[in-house]
Design a protein around this ligand. Structure first.
Ligand code: AHR
Length: 501
């Protein structure tokens, strides 16, 4: 049996665990909003039409921030369509997903929903088909207290207090040819800089996110960030990162090491940002907003015909059903975000309900947790205080996509004030259980509070409408602490959290 040694040293601090790392994303896409979080006829629906069973699950998931309303959708969106009396709201075509948008849920309704789930709103403006004026108008409608045309319109629409949105995305994936109104880095950089400057004139406290690359495989990856930041460095706070992973061609070994690509992504964007910063002799450090990340079986969806020539309301699109292996990879991706908490200070799991989501619903039926729900919810609950770098001494295994990959990945968090810590572990081996020995003397006298693990003899086991609890977290009874040394045996293809205190 392979063996891993790790050293959990409370001095190896990366940065505080920002709650915004546990953000998510709601796009007007498929059944994320309609027949997802909003279904007026549903038995659990409240007066606003929001499903309370979904609200309960979102709260359990521990989501801090929600990016809204897109995604590709935002690049053709007219925000004015989605406010005011519902009966006056127009039906529009959404070119991004070839579907119809009823606009029955808009900014004011969504902000009310966010109060139910106790999460922060992160808004995206349309820089695909629109520009500075529409962004300023939305900002006035959303954030100005009262006494102007658009703030008074919001009040007349029933929202007295401003939404006070702090984080704003300057468009979405403007590097992608699939984006309505996509641009070159130079054109986008100029537009984003001017939009950001104008938005700051209206409200200097905004936190602005410029579009980075839509994936590390984009031909412009790295150079896009450099060019955009040359234009926007002084105006923005964050550059966005988007990454989706999937198992391809039965290559589970590579898939299980997807976090290595996420690390490469982060390293490259940090290098590009700091290069621009150093040329300007700037002390400012651009932060990363990893505002789309997940497992997405994109290749299969591309050929499925679900995005087609029919214009339908809320069609079933991107409804991936996740396996145990997917959950293990998702847990590892979240560990990678924690490990980079010094630069990645915001992130959004894409998406939240039905569309590549941890929560699924059936119209007039139940809502349930996908396998991927668990590592996110458990990490959000246990990761407190500061993130700790945890070096792992373990053999590697060969992968076709990422080269040599360590068999075990680890990261920890430590809350000195509360006297607790959490250790997150992944075993990427398909065949072997791996025993981990951790030197935890720096934590002092601690006991094991709980262990939570995702694994199964069938790594492709899934939760479905018919069997919604096929996969749930298990405890790990192998864990021991003896003389400042913690040992635990990790089953093959597993994600594990150990809470100590
Ligand atoms: O999350 C699904 C889509 O992925 C988003 O609309 C887009 O931004 C990305 O390509």
């Amino acid at each position: 049996m392979p063996h891993a040694r790790i050293d959990l040293d409370t001095r190896a601090v990366v940065a505080p665990v920002h709650r915004r790392l546990f953000g998510s994303f709601v796009e007007h896409l498929g059944r994320c909003v309609y027949d997802g979080l909003y279904e007026p006829g549903h038995p659990t629906a409240d007066a606003d039409g929001f499903r309370r069973d979904v609200v309960d699950l979102v709260r359990e998931l521990g989501v801090s921030t929600v990016r809204y309303p897109g995604g590709n959708f935002v690049s053709g969106f007219r925000w004015e369509d989605s406010v005011g009396p519902r009966e006056n709201r127009p039906v529009r075509r959404d070119l991004a997903w070839h579907s119809l948008e009823s606009n029955q849920v808009g900014l004011d309704e969504f902000a009310r929903w966010l109060k139910l789930v106790d999460a922060e709103l992160m808004l995206a403006v349309n820089l695909g088909t629109r520009g500075i004026q529409a962004a300023l108008d939305l900002l006035e409608y959303a954030n100005h207290p009262s006494g102007t045309a658009l703030s008074d319109q919001r009040i007349a629409n029933g929202t007295l207090a401003p939404h006070d949105v702090r984080m704003w995305c300057l468009g979405n994936e403007m590097d992608g040819p699939w984006q309505t109104g996509f641009m070159t880095a130079d054109d986008y950089g100029k537009l984003a800089a001017r939009t950001a400057a104008a938005m700051r004139m209206a409200d200097s406290r905004l936190e602005l996110v410029a579009c980075g690359s839509s994936g590390s495989g984009m031909p412009t990856f790295g150079e896009w960030e450099r060019t955009v930041l040359e234009h926007t460095y002084d105006q923005i706070d964050y550059v966005s990162c988007h990454a989706y992973y999937q198992e391809r061609g039965g290559d589970l070994d590579s898939f299980l090491a997807s976090a290595l690509d996420m690390q490469y992504f982060i390293d490259t964007v940090v290098a590009a940002a700091d290069h621009v910063g150093s040329k300007r002799h700037s002390r400012k450090r651009i932060k990363l907003s990893f505002d789309e990340w997940n497992i997405w079986y994109l290749d299969e969806h591309r050929t499925s015909g679900e995005v087609n020539e029919q214009w339908r309301f809320a069609p079933r699109q991107l409804e991936d059903v996740y396996s145990v292996a997917d959950a293990v990879v998702l847990g590892d991706l979240l560990m990678t975000l924690l490990r980079n908490a010094d630069r990645v200070t915001a992130a959004s799991l894409a998406q939240l309900v039905n569309v590549i989501a941890p929560i699924m619903t059936e119209p007039a039926g139940p809502a349930w947790r996908q396998t991927t729900f668990y590592p996110f919810a458990i990490t959000s609950r246990l990761a407190r205080g500061v993130a700790l770098r945890v070096p792992v001494d373990v053999p590697t295994y060969p992968t076709a996509v990422h080269g040599e990959a360590p068999l075990v990945d680890a990261v920890a968090t430590h809350d000195a004030e509360a006297g607790c810590a959490a250790l997150f572990l992944v075993n990427r081996s398909r065949s072997d259980a791996i025993t981990v020995t951790a030197d935890i003397r720096s934590l002092g006298d601690v006991a094991i509070r709980e262990t939570q693990a995702i694994h199964d003899s069938d790594v492709y086991a899934k939760n479905t409408l018919d069997d919604p609890e096929r996969v749930t977290p298990k405890t790990n009874d192998t864990v021991r602490i003896d003389a400042g040394e913690l040992t635990i045996t990790l089953p093959p293809v597993s994600w594990t959290a150990v809470s100590l205190g």
